[in-house]
Write a protein that binds this ligand. Structure first.
Ligand code: PEP
Length: 249
């Protein structure tokens, strides 16, 4: 059974006191939908966020991790370290990691394996650039991103995978894929999964949309049959806006 999920990616925002305030504001909101709610604070605030949400159904997740268990990787954080502060889910493959930190499909495949080895759930992000869409290559690009990083996995591994389609041209730009563009791509992703892993698996994987989702457009996007929720950047930094999106199902 696939789940509805709304995950807030806080990126490199909110130091400790801002994290405390935002979590306290989030806890005052009322959830009227069945969506699972996740927030991804920066590494330094994960433990605090985990403690602060112990009595709440918000899940604290990480924005990234390294593929090694430990060792000489200055500045990096491993799955084991994330697990030790209560984190069970990690975002991998965000377009900002791909663009600014040169994360390739090959590297992401290693991170995926490391997360799964540690029993972590993964929100795996991918999406095309504007030039890909303009040249009608968006499906090809997305297909290869998914296949290269995930299609070595067994059927059972997909229980731990959530997909997040995030067209790069819509992230942080105020520009959103139309609900129809999102639906078309999500249906294509599901078909791609079905071709290799079968319909049951394809229908069991949650596929989130990300890219300038806001309270005023969430409902229309989430109403599409293959859209199972959202990965939210900017609007996740405001508790009321974030819960307006959570409640848009
Ligand atoms: C994101 O960073 O994953 C994202 C979707 O950002 P925004 O909602 O700000 O476009």
């Amino acid at each position: 059974m696939r789940k509805n999920i709304v995950a807030g990616n806080w990126k490199m925002n909110n130091e400790l006191s801002q994290t405390e305030t935002l979590i306290s504001d989030l806890k005052k909101q009322t959830k009227t939908s069945n969506a699972e709610v996740m927030i991804a604070p920066t590494f330094t605030n994960l433990w605090h966020a985990f403690e602060a949400t112990r009595d709440h159904d918000i899940e604290v997740i990480a924005q990234n991790m390294h593929y090694a268990d430990s060792g000489a990787y200055t500045g990096e954080v491993s799955a084991e370290m994330l697990k030790s502060v209560g984190v069970k889910t990690v975002i991998l493959g965000h377009s900002e990691r791909r663009a600014y930190f040169n994360e390739t499909d090959e590297l992401l495949a290693k991170k995926v394996d490391a997360a799964l080895k540690n029993d972590m759930r993964i929100i795996f992000c991918f999406g095309e650039e504007l030039s890909d869409r303009k040249s009608n290559r968006h499906e090809k690009v997305v297909e290869s991103q998914i296949k290269n990083a995930l299609f070595h996995l067994s059927n059972s591994a997909f229980k731990q995978i959530v997909l997040a389609y995030e067209p790069v041209w819509a992230i942080g730009t105020g520009e959103t894929a139309s609900p129809e563009q999102a639906q078309d791509m999500h249906a294509f992703i599901r078909k791609t999964l079905a071709n290799t892993y079968g319909n049951d698996l394809a229908n069991s994987v949650s596929i989130l949309y990300g890219g300038s989702v806001k309270p005023n457009n969430a409902q229309e996007i989430f109403s599409k049959p293959d859209v199972d929720g959202g990965l939210i950047g900017g609007a996740s930094l405001n508790a009321e806006d974030f819960y307006a999106i959570v409640n848009a199902f």
